[in-house]
Structures are given as C-alpha cells and as structure tokens.
Design a protein around this ligand. Structure first.
Ligand code: PXL
Length: 276
C-alpha cells in the first residue's frame, strides 16, 4: 500500500484540512499518517473558534517515527500556523520524504486577503517551504503573497504563465494555480512543469457557489491520484472533476450546509475515476 504523511490542523467542524485530507486519501486506498498541528473547534471563518496549538508535540512524534524507520511516498503540508511549524515541515520533508513527493499547499489566503492571523512575513516564510517542494498548489491570492506582488482580480493567460514561472523560479519544480478562470462560468487549474518547460490548463463549467475547504479536497485528491500512479495532468483533471462533483452533490441537497461540501457522497465517483 502507498503511504502519505500530511501535516495540517484539525478543525473539528468545518470540512477542511485533516477532516477532509484523511478521509479522501484513505478512500483512495492510501495509508495516511497525520501530523495535527493544532485543534480548532471550527475553521477560522466561524466567529469565536477555539484554538489549541500542538507544535510542542510534533518533534516527539517525528523522533518516534524516525526510530520506527517510517518513510512515505509523499509528504503533503496544508494549513500551518506559525514560522516554527514551517521549520518543522522542512524537517519533515528532509527526514521522511527522501524519495517521496513533497507537496506544499500554502493555505493562508483567498479572494485577495490573508486568512485571520496571517501576515506578509508569514507568507515569506511559507515561500521558503515552497522553495524545497516538488509541487506547490496555491490559489492566485496565495501566489501573490508568496511572490510579494499585488493581487490582480483581472488577468490574462500571459499573466498566469508569468506568475507560474516566478513561482518555480523560487525553487519548486512544479506549480499549479487553482481557481483560475479566463471565461465567465469556467474554472480550473493552470500548471507549469519547470523541468519540462510545459504548461497545462484544465477547466470545467463553474458551479454557482463557492465553498470553503475545496482547496484542501483538491490538494488531497491530486496527491492521492499521483501516488496511486496517475500522471501529473490526469491527477489535475481528477482533482478538478472530483471537487466539481462534490459541489454539485452539495447543491443538490435541499438544506445543505454552507461551510463545506458533501465530499463523502462523491467517493463512488472518485473511486470510479481512480480505477478507470
Ligand atoms: O481550508 C484551509 C483552512 C484550514 N484550516 C483552517 C482554516 C482554513 C481556512 O480558513 O481556517 C483552520
């Protein structure tokens, strides 16, 4: 069985970070090890969330893993909360992903703004983690903070290609910008492989509503598909299509919640795609 280790928080309610990464990658037939960075009552879009930092636990976890000689086919970092956690993530890559794929999803911003609690200095630190990744998958807001350039709501293909090249110039081998649209009612992911000097864009018809946590589902599905042997472009297509199916099923439920998608109901679709 393939193995992935993922480092991100547990938002107890919210359908993001570990409460989607673990079930999605497990459902894909991958043994999934977790490094929980913090426990929150909900994700940070709710008011009044509780927060318990677990950073002090992590070193002991990694030291034990080292003694047990654990290694992973991929190590994937998501939402991280501090500069110290970023340093630990670098250590995690060095010790446990010597032959594995290193994926950084630099969760910290959307719609032109940093999430609560993040600063431009943190984004700089995050860029230093992205520099040692094989693949990074920011949205355009996150990419703008990583590169310290103004966020542009309006853009064309040349601009997106330029951002992708700049992202890989910082060190990551491949960069994927999620949530990219050049046409009304279309949404997709634009990727750049700097080793092959090759761009790839894939999009779908856009669903009418945006939900929190879909970036985490996208990254978990993408790395799961890669580890299960799909090639880079097919992994991108599967991740985009699964997220779209999750949103479609959510909107089909009459009283659906508004904080996350019904990704559980779309597992049959995901497994069909994975096995075809
Ligand atoms: O989905 C990214 C994410 C993960 N974890 C927490 C968050 C968010 C986004 O807001 O608040 C705690």
């Amino acid at each position: 069985m393939k193995k992935i280790a993922t480092m991100q928080d547990i938002s107890c309610v919210g359908k993001c970070s570990l409460t989607v990464a673990l079930p999605v990658m497990s459902a894909m037939g991958i043994e999934t090890a977790v490094i929980p960075t913090a426990v929150l009552s909900t994700h940070t879009m709710f008011k009044g969330f509780t927060f318990c930092d677990l950073t002090d636990e992590i070193e002991g976890i990694l030291n034990h893993w080292e003694k047990e000689n654990f290694r992973f086919d991929a190590v994937y970092t998501g939402y991280l909360g501090s500069k110290r956690q970023i340093e630990i993530a670098k250590d995690l890559f060095a010790r446990f992903a010597q032959k594995g794929i290193r994926l950084v999803d630099p969760c910290m911003a959307d719609n032109g703004k940093l999430y609560a609690g993040f600063t431009p200095e943190f984004a700089k630190e995050m860029n230093s983690l992205c520099a040692i990744a094989d693949i990074i998958c920011p949205n355009l807001t996150e990419a703008s903070f990583l590169l310290d350039i103004p966020y542009q709501e309006e853009y064309d293909e040349a601009y997106i290609k330029d951002v992708l090249v700049k992202l890989t110039d910082s060190g990551a081998k491949k960069a994927i910008l999620t949530g990219i649209s050049f046409e009304k009612d279309k949404l997709g992911a634009y990727a750049y492989d700097s080793e092959k000097d090759e761009f790839y864009y894939y999009c779908n018809d856009e669903e009418s509503t945006h939900f929190h946590g879909t970036g985490d589902i996208w990254a978990s599905t993408f790395i799961g598909a890669l580890v299960r042997g799909k090639d880079f472009k097919e992994a991108i297509r599967i991740a985009c299509d699964y997220v779209k199916e999750c949103i479609r099923l959510t909107l089909a439920e009459e009283n659906h919640n508004d904080y996350g998608v019904n990704f559980e109901q779309a597992f049959p679709y995901l497994l069909d795609r994975l096995n075809s």
